[in-house]
Design a protein around this ligand. Structure first.
Ligand code: SAM
Ligand code: SF4
Length: 341
């Protein structure tokens, strides 16, 4: 079992398998996209699988594939199948915008994928198209349907809450009543370069501002008040057994009798660094012990030199150097699509 220098158990690896995406969400990527890495800079599937196998021997048994959009990389189902066969890998999850799920959900399930997190920031087709710069809401909703149909469990819907987007939060909460969906509201994080002087202080650019952050407690209060006034009652804190099995630091609630849950993830208003159990592997092969720290260790060279001991040493070093926490104003240079959200 892997522990870091502070005694935190670290058993979860987020792997970004591509920096590319079929969308350009306004808070994640500039309209023209970021400069893609050259194919030779990106880890091959074989390299990722070797890394995962070595990490598994060190006690890291849970993997989440992310990106960019992981489903745009050709051959992802085969990759999942091979990861699934690695001794010590207990479960594989995926974070996706879901637009390609309708045609891929079945083969991904058969390959051994068990859990999906779907990103969805608006339930209004025009607003969704604006936020994603061209995405179709119906594609994402069909992706949610497909995920439930093939039996991924849990199916979580992640909503990044941004004040200037004026999202219909109760609309998302309503999704949890009739279907086993777990909607999680995530505080907008200062990931990506800080805004320049020329940028307007709203998220119509990829900039982040403190004013755009909506603390989770405010989200919960709004949804609870909506529930009260619409006959669902107030939100009830979920018992651990009714919360969806989680690998992250969400707090879960539900409406009486609802099939799903409502969660909040509060990286800014309530730091969860003391519970952090994850390492990240970027698409270009850097091990990143903390989202909010620029510390990255180069595993690609070690993988390409064929020296497994060196890869193991890098994982050990990442565990050793995992920061204790991040401060309030933590800002990272690389964007979420590059690090792997
Ligand atoms: N393309 C996939 C998707 O959208 O689910 C996976 C990669 S995306 C970078 C992963 C998650 O990061 C998405 O849920 C996205 O909303 C989230 N994200 C991106 N930038 C963020 C930010 N600044 N604060 C909070 N979440 C962010
Ligand atoms: Fe693509 Fe996901 Fe970033 Fe949106 S949040 S641009 S879907 S990587």
């Amino acid at each position: 079992m892997a522990h870091d220098a502070l005694g935190r158990r670290v058993d979860y690896l987020r792997i970004s398998i591509t920096d590319r995406c079929n969308m350009r969400c306004i808070y994640c990527m500039p309209p023209e996209g970021v400069e893609w890495k050259r194919p030779s800079e990106i880890l091959s599937y074989e390299e990722i699988e070797r890394f995962a196998a070595i990490a598994a021997t060190q006690g890291i048994g849970r993997i989440r594939l992310t990106g960019g959009e992981p489903l745009v990389r050709a051959g992802v189902a085969g990759h999942i199948r091979r990861l699934h066969e690695i001794e010590g890998i207990e479960a594989i999850a995926l974070t996706t915008n879901a637009t390609l799920l309708p045609k891929m959900a079945e083969e991904l399930r058969e390959a051994g994928l068990s859990r999906v997190n779907i990103s969805l920031d608006s339930l209004d087709p025009d607003e969704y198209a604006r936020i994603t710069r061209g995405g179709k809401l119906d594609d994402a909703l069909a992706g949610i349907d497909a995920a439930l149909e093939v039996g991924f469990d849990p199916v979580k819907v992640n909503v990044v809450v941004v004040r200037s987007l004026a999202q219909d939060l109760p609309g998302f909460a309503r999704m949890t009543i009739d279907r086993p969906l777990h909607v999680r509201f995530i505080e907008f994080m200062p990931v990506g370069a800080p805004p320049t002087d020329e940028q307007h202080p709203s998220c119509s650019t990829t900039s982040w501002t403190r004013e755009d952050v909506v603390p989770s407690d405010e989200v919960l209060a709004e949804i609870s008040a909506w529930g009260d006034s619409h006959g669902y009652g107030s939100l009830i804190a979920a018992e651990p057994k009714s919360a969806p099995g989680g690998w992250g630091p969400a707090r879960y609630y539900h409406f009486e009798g609802a099939k799903g849950t409502i969660g909040v993830i509060s990286p800014l208003s309530r730091h969860f660094c003391n519970e952090c159990s994850r390492l990240r592997l970027t698409a270009d092969g850097k091990v990143r012990p903390c989202l909010f720290s620029e510390l990255e260790l180069d595993a690609r060279e070690a993988l390409r030199s064929g020296d497994d001991d060196e890869v193991r040493a890098i994982i050990t070093q990442a565990l050793h150097e995992k920061p204790e926490g991040h401060d309030e104003a933590a800002v990272t240079d690389r964007k979420m699509s590059q690090i792997g959200g």
